[in-house]
Design a binder for this molecule. Structure first.
Ligand SMILES: [Zn+2]
Length: 175
């Protein structure tokens, strides 16, 4: 962790958000600080228990315009944005939080203006491998007010249903 600069995030450190072997790239510091302050910290505060970063910054990606990547290394999207894949594990006798539940909470918070988010991806648990699934969040600017929402790993209909639920929560909240 680079201690020469101040970091505005409260619950997450540059080390957690950077690649395993060296932390955040110098020009990724600000985009990940912004994601932490405006997106990840509010989620952590709302949940009231640890949120695990599965993946933050990446220096290579199969997705050409991945928001995990530094803007300068994406194929076309140069907008400054950042992404994290997160999950909430079992903790002190409390169950894990399922990806869909977490995604709906995030969408509801976005509806209420309690955080900044432009993309939400819901990745299903895989019981066979005990992988509990995760949620991708990024702070891209929604195009014409429309968020990027996707789901992976459910059935084909399940993916569509999950996307529809998250979109409804973004539009109307969950209560
Ligand atoms: Zn992601």
């Amino acid at each position: 962790m680079d201690n020469r600069r101040t970091w505005g995030g409260r619950h997450f450190s540059p080390g957690e958000l950077g690649v395993a072997d060296g932390g955040l790239a110098p020009d990724s510091w600000e985009r990940y600080e912004a994601l932490t302050v405006h997106t990840l910290d509010p989620i952590r505060d709302a949940i009231g228990r640890p949120v695990t970063i599965i993946s933050g910054e990446r220096r290579e990606s199969k997705a050409r315009d991945s928001k995990h990547m530094p803007p300068s290394e994406r194929a076309t999207d140069r907008e400054v944005s950042a992404a994290a894949d997160i999950q909430v594990r079992a903790h002190r006798g409390r169950d894990r939080i399922q990806p869909l539940t977490l995604a709906l909470l995030i969408a509801d918070m976005a509806y209420r203006g309690a955080l900044r988010v432009g993309g939400i991806g819901v990745y299903a648990p895989r019981p066979a491998t005990k992988a509990q699934g995760f949620v991708h969040v990024d702070d891209r600017t929604p195009r014409n007010g429309v968020h990027a929402v996707w789901a992976r790993g459910y059935s084909a209909k399940g993916n569509d249903r999950v996307v529809a639920m998250v979109r409804a929560a973004l539009r109307e909240g969950t209560t």
